[in-house]
Design a protein around this ligand. Structure first.
Ligand code: SF4
Length: 258
């Protein structure tokens, strides 16, 4: 199994004796690594999540909250990289997990990776990503890295079709886990599919865009603002003014204005 940088740091902590857990009593770092690898062999990876969460909690004094969130997100990324829960895995070049600040107060959620995202493994690159970056800079006054950006499904549907119900159902647990870890106050859904899925509604975008809704996950309530998808704006450039108005509303929400 591939160990990413975060696990290497974790293993280093184990090696130096910083993590106070009986499983790390052994002097052998290989044993620790085997233990982690074995836990990730389970088909749905849930034991892997739990293991990393447990380790993170036990080493809490050595990690700040952002570091812990990053570690937990990395554990899901490792599972997604090998995920074959739906047919989309057959055609992907890369999974597109998400990128940005693991401690973000705002998450952008689109529907699925496109051609360039699949090539690079990063969400919202190419011309629609550029448009999104511009709107973030112009209306929210910062760069995309301040926020977290992801999609409902993590693998690209061929020919950029919409993901179907089976694919969405298979991938939603990953998104819920991301939201649960990041704990944003605000979620901006990009386009009809992401908005309808997250809000569990069949309403059209013209009824939802720019309005505030609630999304509940466990003990948490986030404010959701649906906006048009940037690729829709590229195809219908006359709507860009409405898009910017909606981004201004997001800006007011971040600043705590009505
Ligand atoms: S789209 Fe999601 S559920 Fe389907 S294979 Fe990719 S990561 Fe797994």
């Amino acid at each position: 199994m591939k160990t990413n940088k975060r696990y290497t740091v974790l293993l280093n902590h184990a090696e130096s004796g910083c993590i106070n857990d009986p499983v790390f009593d052994s002097d052998s770092i290989t044993e620790v690594q085997n233990y982690i690898n074995k836990s990730f062999e389970h088909s749905d990876g849930s034991d892997g999540y739990e293991l990393v969460d447990n380790i993170a909690e036990k080493s809490i004094k050595f990690w700040d909250e952002k570091e812990m969130k990053s570690l937990r997100l990395d554990s899901i990324r490792s599972v997604i990289d090998r995920c074959k829960f739906c047919g989309l895995h057959k055609y992907r070049q890369n999974t597109v997990f998400g990128s940005g600040n693991p401690d973000a107060e705002l998450m952008f959620i689109g529907e699925a990776p496109g051609y360039f995202e699949d090539k690079k493994g990063i969400p919202f690159v190419g011309s629609s990503g550029k448009l999104l970056d511009d709107a973030i800079e112009e209306c929210l006054g910062c760069e995309r890295h301040k926020f977290y950006i992801t999609n409902i499904v993590k693998c690209r549907p061929l020919d950029n079709r919409n993901p179907n119900a089976i694919e969405i159902g298979a991938c939603m647990p990953y998104l819920k886990k991301q939201i649960d870890i990041i704990r944003p106050n605000i979620i901006v859904t990009l386009g009809k599919i992401a908005s309808q899925i997250l809000l569990d509604t069949g309403k059209p975008m013209k009824e939802m865009r720019g309005k505030r809704f609630e999304y509940r996950l466990k003990d948490r309530v986030c404010t959701v603002i649906p906006v048009y998808h940037p690729s829709y704006i590229l195809r219908n450039f006359e709507t860009i003014d409405k898009w910017k108005i909606d981004f201004k509303k997001i800006s007011y929400l971040i600043k705590g204005k009505k």
